[in-house]
Write a protein that binds this ligand. Structure first.
Ligand code: UDP
Length: 193
């Protein structure tokens, strides 16, 4: 059962539990996706039904930001832990890397995903970087095809909110990635910008 914070239902999990759930979703091979809303995204969903639908349709909804944690507490239904998207992605990559699994990085300005990828590969040497693409494109088809041909275990979708949530809801399954995660500005962070 999800915990409602101003209309958005959050999964109440520890980091270890969230990573375990993500791994289960990947094993199911049905193109699942994860969102990590912060308070700004919660507020934005209230005015954007398509964004709300994309967020609520996710297989995992993780609270990114102390504001969501406080909100849940004030409402009398506390969440177990704050799970920042970048920490969640890092914990997952650490495990995936040990198994030689692959990741595709989608989003940010041209060149950023490549730089993020190179740094990620240094940090998680056995993780396979199977592709990158910048986040500024008009035509979805070639991007979906590029991801699909790379057949990643993990797909990071970093197009900003709510674009990335809508993108995953609409295109996620067509990419064939086992698990997509919406991560906002994470590629800029991984790239050291
Ligand atoms: N971005 C993108 N395509 C777009 C708009 C944004 O790839 O059409 C990228 C942008 O370059 C940045 C990220 O999405 O890397 C959004 O970061 P921001 O910190 O603004 O998003 P948030 O984490 O607040 O959702």
């Amino acid at each position: 059962m999800r915990i409602d914070v101003m209309g958005v239902g959050f999964d109440s999990l520890t980091m270890d539990e969230a990573v375990a759930r993500a791994r289960d979703l990947m094993a199911e091979r049905r193109a699942a996706y994860v969102v990590t809303p912060n308070p700004e995204i919660v507020m934005l969903c209230r005015d954007d039904p398509a964004a709300m639908q994309a967020v609520q349709g996710a297989d995992l909804v993780l609270p990114d930001g102390i504001g969501v944690i406080y909100g849940a507490k004030i409402l009398g239904t506390p969440l177990r832990a704050k799970l920042p998207g970048i920490d969640f992605a890092s914990a997952l990559m650490a495990q995936m890397g040990q198994e030689g699994k692959s990741v595709f990085l989608l989003g940010a300005k041209p060149g950023v995903a490549e730089e993020a990828g190179s740094r990620i590969c240094t940090q998680y040497p056995n993780l396979v970087l199977c592709g990158t693409h910048d986040g500024y494109f008009d035509n979805e088809a070639p991007v979906v095809r590029a991801v699909s041909q790379a057949a990643p275990d993990l797909l990071f979708v970093c197009l900003g909110a709510p674009k990335q949530e809508k993108w995953m809801a609409r295109w996620g399954a067509l990419t064939g990635a086992k698990l997509a995660i919406g991560l906002g500005g994470a590629l800029d962070v991984f790239a050291g910008n």
